[in-house]
Design a protein around this ligand. Sequence first.
Ligand SMILES: Nc1ncnc2c1ncn2[C@@H]1O[C@H](COP(=O)(O)OP(=O)(O)O)[C@@H](O)[C@H]1O
Ligand SMILES: [Mg+2]
Length: 342
Amino acid sequence: MDILDERVMKLARVAVSGTKDELRKYILELSKEEEEKGNKEFAKSLNMLTGNTSIVSLGSKEKSFLVVRNEFNFVKHSNQEFWHNDKRFTYIYDFLKYKKNLDLIKVFNCFIYGRPGTGKTTFVEELSNKLNKNVLNISAASLVSSKLGETQKNIKKLQIDIENNYHDSIFLIDEIDSIIGNRDLEINDEYKRMIGSFNIFLDSLPKRTILFGISNKINFIDKATLRRFNVKIGIDEIDEEQFKKSLKNEIEKVGSTFDDVLVEKFLRLLCKNLSYSNIQEFVSNSLIFNKSLNKVFLDFYEQLYGVQKYDDLKNLGFTIKEISNLKDVSFSTVQRALKGNL
Ligand SMILES: Nc1ncnc2c1ncn2[C@@H]1O[C@H](COP(=O)(O)OP(=O)(O)O)[C@@H](O)[C@H]1O
Ligand SMILES: [Mg+2]
């Protein structure tokens, strides 16, 4: 059997008896081989079969699979422009658009941290969209290898790639804590070396590199790593108005009703516990369990704080009419129950 036959045989075997993941993995392997042979187009086509992110071919000299082009879903955001009124967004946009003082600070590396679902990734998406720049995801999983010395080699490769091929792109390491900084991990030598090489990588970023690191767990990140980011942005809070607007938009899209007053009351009670990801969750729950949005909010509240009796709800500021709506009982039932408690 020649090499081609062997590859066909293997492909057939994986296709027939392997899992989807195994098939995907093997196609990626083939794509990588083709990439290395210089068959870029074929490599790309193979790669496209495995999903909607395409691995960027990295230059002609150095080839690596460390960087993945990020195909953000711009359609979803194109007319929402979540972050465009945020001051930090505007400053960074201006700075990167004109790059006036980029030489003075050498590189722009920005660390974004905060609770999950507060729009951190979206911040970078929208920035790159507005700047009309590519975002290249630095794939954490491929960067870090458990093989001795492999990580340093990868980091070196990546550095050369940035320098030679992608100096005008935005680089993103999302969920950065997943590669460097999990304190739960045993601090062994390999791990220390990894943080060490990562820090050296940050130190040796080519001039004018634009890099974003994102993490939900800033406390897990190595202090020396953090120090190397020259801009840090905390995105911990959601904007109540923004949340309401988006929720209203989404809930009306699926034909459900939106009760301004009740939603506002819940928002005020729950703001610290909510993230933008809850919007999709609430809409889905309302549809799947055929519940009103008010009831979805109440359930969410009760999951956090336990079942609320009529007088609990009254103390939270809900009127009798609202309580009867939320608990799906008649006005007079609530009225009677509350009187009984007085
Ligand atoms: N300002 C915003 N208003 C409404 N929805 C938002 C906003 N920012 C992000 N989203 C949506 O919330 C979800 C989570 O956002 P994401 O950027 O992934 O959060 P993070 O990266 O902080 O975990 C996404 O579906 C995104 O479209
Ligand atoms: Mg994110």
